[in-house]
Design a protein around this ligand. Structure first.
Ligand code: NDP
Length: 289
């Protein structure tokens, strides 16, 4: 017998989540603001709910996946009584602060709150490699629902502070965004000479993967031991080299503003006496004064 589950929000992601639950054999109730989006899921065996409240009271954990946490708050504020005594799993992207606020609201109404960060696109749901980060005050509730949540993606528990799943999520996506910016500048630069991106792509891909493999574990060790001195590539040298990067962008007709902040950071690192350190030092310079 599979646990019943309800899914509120059937956008690209919510639809993938509901579909995975149905395929895993869970009786699945679905609700969406725009009712027509329930159609494909009903064809797969989902039960459509006429209202969010009907979906909430259908039984089992309630999974919500809307555009923003403001949407979640607006939808669920009038449903606190219906949610009391139930588990709410919020897989909407948001900030750690928003997750903590929702957790406080839930606790005040006797609702068990789990926050989640989905590390996958909809097409990756229920496939190997996809995972969802979870946090919340009630770890036992997470463990109880883990077999159900495992139908969506691998589950990674990150702690009892409800904001932690969002913090992990945004930290991981920050690494990705930084890479995406670098890749964008690299393609623009090589393209400025008329070289097709697809010809350059294998070199860029292998380079970024190799550098990431070396940089991430090395930086972690340096940060945790607070020993940033390097015999590989120090900040003083990189500070002298970086103007060549910016000049090349400008000479090739590209904007330089994306990478000017790196020059500022390198200047500051050297001015503060960290010239012999490696790139790991930069993360210590990012705190607001
Ligand atoms: P979509 O734009 O496809 O879907 C948004 C959903 O939110 C729709 O079901 C929409 O309803 C609903 N919604 C928005 N506002 C309200 C509201 N005020 N009241 C009720 N329902 C509302 O987005 P996704 O499904 O792609 O994303 C959903 C969440 O998942 C986001 O937080 C996103 O960041 C996160 N996420 C998405 C990933 C992706 O690759 N797509 C990856 C990881 C996380 P309606 O149909 O009526 O408009």
């Amino acid at each position: 017998p599979h646990t019943p589950v309800s899914v509120l929000g059937l956008g690209l992601m919510g639809t993938a989540l509901a579909s995975a639950l149905i395929k895993a054999g869970h009786p699945t109730t679905v609700w969406n603001r725009t009712e027509s989006k329930t159609g494909p899921l009903v064809a797969q065996g989902a039960v459509p709910a006429a209202t969010a409240r009907d979906a909430i009271t259908a039984g089992g954990p309630v999974i919500v996946c809307l555009t923003t946490n403001d949407n979640v708050r607006a939808l669920l504020a009038p449903e606190a009584e219906a949610l009391a005594g139930r588990t709410l799993v919020n897989l909407t992207n948001g900030t750690p602060g928003q997750a903590r606020e929702l957790a406080d609201w839930a606790a005040a109404h006797g609702i068990t709150y789990l926050d989640g960060g989905i590390m996958a696109v909809p097409q990756m749901i229920a496939t190997p490699g996809a995972y969802i980060l979870y946090s919340g005050a009630d770890e036992a509730a997470f463990e109880a629902h883990r077999p159900t949540l495992a139908a969506l993606a691998d589950t990674k528990w990150v702690g009892k502070d409800p904001g932690l799943a969002a913090l992990y999520d945004i930290s991981l996506l920050t690494g990705m965004n930084g890479m995406a910016l670098g890749v964008a500048q690299a393609f623009a630069l090589i393209g400025s000479a008329g070289i097709p991106a697809r010809d350059f792509a294998p070199l860029l891909r292998d380079w970024v993967v190799a550098m990431t493999d070396g940089l991430v574990p090395g930086a972690a060790e340096a940060i945790d031991t607070d020993r940033h001195v390097t015999d590989v590539s120090n900040l003083a040298m990189n500070r002298e080299a970086h103007p060549n990067f910016l000049r090349t962008y400008a000479d090739q007709g590209l904007r330089t503003d994306l990478f000017e902040p790196l020059q500022d950071l390198l200047d500051r690192a050297v001015a503060e006496g960290h010239g012999a350190d490696g790139f790991s030092r930069l993360s210590t310079l990012l705190k607001q004064d």
